[in-house]
Design a protein around this ligand. Structure first.
Ligand code: MN
Length: 760
């Protein structure tokens, strides 16, 4: 090992580092504001000091790495001062004594926030070293956790430099890092339109994963380079002439496919290197004003196809409709003179820049075109560019099929990534709460959860989590799942577990309630059965018997009310038993509200008829309100649920309905006496010709009858027609008829009828 280490000359090293830094400053190219340059210098000084005792695996001072990352960030991705600062500092919080707070104090909140994001990503990777975090999750996490897209871009630059310097790592490390790069970072660079970086990442990964095939292809490419140049020159010759004639300013070059994509073709088609037909493409780059871009690319296309026959199936127009990641170009494949298909890519200088550097370059052109000729993007404009990328990531263009396959990004906006106290990552849906997290950890943890510390701060169970939160669940053995938990959990797991627990809990309570009911009914000598519970839950308007028992256990239904219901039903049920005996062969559809001990045998003659006013009558009965029968009226009884027997007049307006639908519930009824000492209410309607003295005459007639009690009286007069409603208390039908006869004698009265109320 030590033999590999070069002699270290501290003074020389210092000079070399400064040289690297100066080179970085030169490649920023943009005219950074003075303040920005100062900030970059400060970041360099802080990073240099923080990493001063550290060396990379290669033995060189660590600071070369952040400088190189910063250089990639500015010259290969096209980011500005703030990103350079972050790149220089990107490993300080993770690897040195500096903290995020230090960053915030020295460089402001934005820089601190970006560095924090970068540090967190590294931490996650380290933790997952053994378990190897699922790549799909990692990609999503990368995007979700980075509130600022610069985190991703700097991370890509970091990875690119690590890949460029992978040679000094151990073989197993090389393989792990290379696979990760191939799986995660290259597709990400592709997504962001960073083609140059994507290609380099792929080639570097491939170099470590399959060194033999990599070397073979590199050698073959080198060996065939001269032959290729000759071919390209010959192919280009007629095109060049025509382009010159058309006055188009251009650059023409042959571009070989990347080593990795050649390897992929060889494998996919099972052919040797020599038989991969599109190893290279001709690229025609046009220098022109933005407003002429479209016409010039099409003009060039027309020139190319004037000389060579195009393959219509292999034509792609990304000029009229750019790819979702911003890629613009015309691709056509034409037949060369030597009988080989050749792909020709036609694009402007701007399109080429965008293709190589991604949207950062795209923005640069957009800004320059706006007028003041200054290519420096404003901070404001930069934000809008960042938003553009964010939009791109969040809503992938459905046409970008080449990408969607390996990157299901539409998912990530709906997911968050949260850390356990030991740093494990858990994926949860957006809007997930601490309680969801608790259930995610373990069902028992969820059940006993009383609160959670989020980033060290105590919060209620319903607290909404964000990506990057670290959550510590607090539990208590006394805790039980609550009904209101369902209102704020979002994961299916938490929901179903809570429901299940509540169900179990309710089942226990219901069992208690049932026991209470059984015990109390036993005292009434009643055994509980389905009919009774059904009737009870209907009566108390609860959905199920279980709800009934729960309410009994919780005393929201009191036993007093149950008792009352049962007693009134019991009266009716006596009659049902009688009815059952009476209507032979017809099973009563109406169940008794409760099952009784066999009822005492009753004398048949008496049992058949309700005798109203008979002191020995055992049934409860009431006069129906709809027709208010009075003694002497022709009546029948109707067995009701819970209200005993109702006595209706035979000519009651409801009688037909009752008799036709519930004949089996109708029982005969009779008056014990034609007249009673008690009074019954009756209503009469009087119509006649309005006369000054009419009301007076009517009241005189009524009050003359000593036994009649007038309960209410109301008169209405309309265009000379008089209408009076009178309620009286009478002893029976003869009494009432007497009164009506007397009233009929009054002058002006045309008609008197007994009134019925319409509703029963
Ligand atoms: Mn790094």
């Amino acid at each position: 090992m030590s033999s590999k280490m070069p002699e270290i000359d501290p003074e020389q090293e210092k000079q070399d580092i400064l040289k690297a830094y100066k080179k970085l400053l030169r490649s920023t190219k943009r005219n950074e504001a003075k303040g920005d340059l100062k900030l970059i210098r400060k970041a360099f000084d802080v990073a240099l000091d923080a990493h001063k005792d550290m060396r990379r695996k290669s033995g060189e001072p660590y600071i070369y790495h952040p400088i190189a990352v910063a250089e990639i960030v500015t010259s290969e991705i096209g980011l500005g001062a703030k990103s350079i600062v972050c790149a220089l500092l990107h490993d300080t919080v993770e690897d040195t004594d500096l903290t995020v707070e230090d960053m915030s104090r020295m460089f402001g909140d934005k820089v601190a926030q970006i560095i924090d994001g970068l540090t967190k990503l590294s931490t996650v990777l380290d933790i997952q070293e053994d378990k190897s975090l699922q790549a799909e999750n990692f990609r999503k996490m990368l995007l979700t956790m980075s509130s600022d897209i610069r985190v991703i871009l700097i991370k890509l630059a970091d990875r690119l430099h690590n890949m460029r310097t992978l040679g000094s790592m151990r073989r197993d490390k090389q393989l792990k890092i290379a696979s990760e790069t191939m799986f995660i970072y290259a597709p990400l660079a592709h997504r962001l339109g960073l083609y140059a970086i994507k290609t380099e990442l792929e080639d570097l990964s491939f170099k470590y994963i399959e060194p033999d095939l990599y070397d073979l292809i590199v050698n073959k490419l080198r060996d065939s380079a001269r032959q290729r140049t000759r071919f390209i020159n010959k192919f280009s010759f007629p095109i060049i002439n025509s382009l010159n004639d058309a006055g188009i300013d251009y650059e023409i070059k042959g571009r070989t496919k990347s080593v990795y994509s050649i390897a992929r073709k060889m494998k996919a088609q099972g052919v040797p290197f020599e038989e991969v037909y599109d190893i290279f493409a001709i690229r025609l780059i046009l220098n022109c004003e933005m407003e002429n871009e479209k016409s010039n690319t099409w003009k060039a296309y027309s020139i190319v196809t004037d000389h060579y026959v195009p393959n219509p199936g292999r034509f792609r127009d990304w000029v009229s409709k750019p790819k979702s990641n911003g890629y613009e170009s015309l691709h056509t494949t034409v037949m060369s003179d030597s009988g080989k298909w050749v792909e020709v890519q036609i694009r402007t200088r701007r399109m080429d820049d965008v293709a190589e550097k991604g949207l950062a370059a795209h923005w640069k052109y957009k800004d320059a075109n706006k007028g003041d000729g200054q290519p420096t993007p404003t901070e404001n404009g930069f934000e809008s560019w960042l938003n553009q990328i964010r939009d791109l990531l969040e809503s992938p263009d459905p046409n970008a099929i080449d990408f969607i396959d390996d990157f299901k990004l539409n998912l990530f906006a709906e997911e968050i990534f949260v850390f356990t106290p030991t740093g494990e990552v858990r994926t949860l849906p957006a809007n997930a709460t601490s309680l969801d997290f608790a259930f995610e950890i373990h069902t028992e943890v969820g059940m006993r959860c009383i609160g959670a510390k989020v980033n060290g701060k105590l919060n209620p169970l319903s607290h909404n989590l964000k990506s990057g939160d670290q959550v510590e669940v607090l539990t208590s053995n006394k805790q039980k799942p609550k009904e209101d938990w369902l209102a704020f959990v979002v994961t299916a797991k938490a929901k179903s577990k809570i429901k299940q627990a509540l169900k179990e809990e309710n089942r226990k309570i219901a069992m208690d309630g049932k026991e209470i009911l059984e015990r109390k009914l036993k005292q009434m000598k009643i055994t509980i059965d389905n009919d009774l519970t059904n009737n009870l839950h209907k009566h108390f308007k609860v959905k199920t018997s279980q709800d009934l028992f729960i309410q009994i256990a919780k005393k929201t239904i009191e036993f007093r009310d149950i008792k009352e219901f049962i007693e009134s039903s019991r009266n009716a049920s006596k009659w049902y038993n009688l009815l059952k005996n009476r209507i032979t062969g017809t099973e009563s559809r109406q169940n008794s509200a409760l099952t009784e001990k066999p009822s005492r045998p009753r004398p048949k003659d008496k049992g058949d008829t309700v005798v109203i006013g008979d002191a020995n009558q055992q049934m409860d009965y009431v006069m129906a309100k709809c027709c208010s029968p009075i003694p002497g009226d022709d009546v029948f009884g109707f067995v009701t649920i819970g209200e005993g027997i109702k006595i209706h007049r035979t000519n009651c307006p409801n009688a037909i309905h009752i008799r036709s639908n519930y004949a089996y519930r109708v029982v005969p009824a009779a008056w014990a006496n034609k007249e009673e000492h008690t009074s019954f209410g009756a209503s009469i309607l009087i119509t006649g010709i309005d006369d000054m003295g009419l009301v007076n005459s009517i009241t005189t007639v009524i009050s003359k009858d000593l036994n009649v009690n007038m309960k209410s009286i109301s008169f209405e007069s309309n265009d000379g027609v008089f209408e009076g409603h009178i309620k009286v208390l009478v002893q029976g039908i003869h009494h009432l008829n007497n009164l009506i006869d007397n009233l009929k004698k009054v002058d002006g009265i045309k008609k008197i009828v007994r009134e019925d109320e319409k509703e029963s």
